[in-house]
Design a protein around this ligand. Structure first.
Ligand SMILES: CC(C)(COP(=O)(O)OP(=O)(O)OC[C@H]1O[C@@H](n2cnc3c(N)ncnc32)[C@H](O)[C@@H]1OP(=O)(O)O)[C@@H](O)C(=O)NCCC(=O)NCCS
Length: 200
């Protein structure tokens, strides 16, 4: 966990078409649309086919996550108009080990225009400003080609397949692990020779 409370950045992270800002009640219509996606309610706390009070309660939960140090939950919005298009989160439960996980979703009406990629790029650039953070991980189900595409397009590398990693929608599922590491954090892979006679 991080130091409490977290504060949303004064300069909203942005990349390309997308700016990441706090959720407001004006984002409720986008959340109603997002909640019609069959997968989104399985991987977060937005209820399926939610109503206005359900969306407002979701927004309050996102604010609480910042206050209680769980992480940064951003609304992804169009930089040109401020119109909400989805969400992107940076979760800090493993911050003491220098790691975070990220998640993102774009409302159905806005998909297929590179918005998730821009949101993830903005989120990742912001992540490197979080003290002590060196690595951002994404867990993506292998069937989710759109999300795999987002991960690759945003510069994350596929590191492997985590078999039977967690339960989603009542079933154990495999997860692809993608990760990005902080600029300058690449390990030194230069081979080192063990001096003759030294113990290994
Ligand atoms: C996954 C999701 C965020 C993608 O959002 P998006 O804004 O449509 O994604 P982008 O437009 O940035 O697409 C990024 C890449 O993925 C590819 N892609 C997007 N949708 C795709 C699809 N349905 N099938 C195949 N490839 C797809 C794009 O071609 C693009 O690749 P490119 O840069 O080489 O052209 C969106 O579908 C979503 O919210 N899904 C439900 C929630 C979810 O799965 N979140 C991720 C959990 S790990």
């Amino acid at each position: 966990m991080s130091e409490l409370p977290l504060e949303m950045p004064t300069l909203p992270p942005s990349h390309g078409q997308v700016v990441l800002r706090p959720f407001t009640e004006a984002d409720v219509p986008m959340l109603l649309d997002l909640s019609t996606d069959p997968y989104v309610p399985l991987i977060g706390t937005l209820p399926a086919h939610t109503d206005v009070p359900g969306a407002v309660a979701y927004i309050e939960r996102q604010r609480a996550k910042v206050r209680n140090g769980a992480g940064y939950s951003f609304c992804a919005a169009l930089a040109s108009t401020g119109e909400a298009v989805g969400g992107a989160g940076l979760w800090l439960q493993q911050l003491e080990h220098g790691r975070a996980t990220a998640g993102y979703a774009i409302a159905p009406a806005y998909r297929g225009r590179g918005l998730a990629t821009d949101a993830l790029r903005a989120l990742t650039t912001f992540a490197w400003t979080v003290p002590g953070l060196h690595r951002v991980e994404l867990y993506v189900e292998p069937w989710n080609v759109a999300s795999c595409g987002v991960a690759g397009a945003a510069g994350f590398e596929l590191e492997g397949l985590l078999r039977s990693h967690q339960e989603i929608g009542g079933s154990r599922v495999d997860m692809r692990l993608y990760a990005a590491v902080a600029p300058g954090d690449r390990p030194d892979l230069t081979p080192r020779r063990t001096p003759r006679g030294a113990r290994r």
